[in-house]
Design a protein around this ligand. Structure first.
Ligand SMILES: Cc1cc2nc3c(=O)[nH]c(=O)nc-3n(C[C@H](O)[C@H](O)[C@H](O)COP(=O)(O)OP(=O)(O)OC[C@H]3O[C@@H](n4cnc5c(N)ncnc54)[C@H](O)[C@@H]3O)c2cc1C
Length: 216
């Protein structure tokens, strides 16, 4: 079990239906794409979360959704400014620095890419982000402003201004991929990662060029 450290919650706001952004002061360094473990009580089983804030931000941001029958998230959503939570040191190697690459995310799977984005690593990237509705395209405004035509938002359940209507797999199926020779980074549910990976392989991307982080 990883060693856990107390931190004080700065804020924990619902930023979209069922989705929260937890913030606390950063007192460690990390590499964009890494995760931390979080628990409310030191001896309870912890859960993993990708850091969503930039490497130089003064705060650590954690983007999460409530799993109504889950152990941690319904309780975590009740945490208030001033409360103590416990976190591990950052770890993980879902890391993409300056290389040309494509990022593909659904739901809270945007978190590691948000961290890379807020760390300034977006200049030679394309980002395909999917969710059911536009309000689930977390960080939409920030990303759109900086990445413009390299940002490809997709809404699967309803048409939305500036977004492709359909799943990320449909977007890729209809629009193709920029270059099968560059790395592809996928983050989200197991179902999304498997479907997108199969599609990318069919389109000529070598298996070893596909890196995936699955939020199980
Ligand atoms: C590398 C990594 C990074 C992650 N990053 C994020 C992130 O940035 N944001 C985010 O929101 N989530 C992230 N997750 C997911 C996160 O770790 C938690 O799994 C999630 O928040 C749910 O936690 P919970 O305690 O509320 O639910 P849990 O108690 O873990 O339950 C989750 C679901 O599984 C079901 N379940 C639980 N136990 C069983 C069982 N024995 N059999 C069948 N079903 C079961 C529950 O009913 C529930 O629907 C990440 C996961 C990984 C692996």
């Amino acid at each position: 079990m990883k060693e856990l450290f107390p931190v004080t919650v700065k804020s924990n706001n619902e930023i979209a239906e069922n989705a929260f952004l937890l913030k606390f002061r950063r007192n460690f360094t990390f590499t964009a794409g890494q995760v931390i473990s979080i628990t409310l009580l030191k001896n309870e089983e912890s859960r993993l979360y990708s850091i969503a804030s930039g490497e130089k931000h003064e705060e650590i941001w954690i983007l999460y959704t409530i799993k109504t029958d889950g152990v941690l998230t319904p309780q975590l959503a009740k945490a208030k400014a001033g409360d103590t939570i416990y976190i591990s040191k950052p770890f993980g190697n879902f890391i993409c620095k300056e290389e040309r690459a494509v990022w593909i995310a659904t739901g809270t799977g945007i978190a590691p890419f948000a961290s890379m984005f807020f760390s300034g690593q977006y200049h030679n990237k394309k980002l395909i982000q999917g969710n059911r509705s536009k309000q689930g395209l977390y960080f939409y405004e920030h990303i759109k402003e900086q990445m413009s035509e390299n940002y490809l938002p997709c809404c699967s359940r309803e048409p939305a201004d500036g977004c492709f209507t359909g799943r990320v797999t449909q977007y890729i199926g209809e629009n193709g991929i920029p270059d099968p020779g560059i790395p592809y980074y996928l983050c989200g549910s197991a179902e999304m990662v498997v479907d997108v990976r199969d599609l990318l392989i069919k389109k000529g991307v070598p298996f070893q060029n596909i890196q995936a982080e699955i939020f199980f």
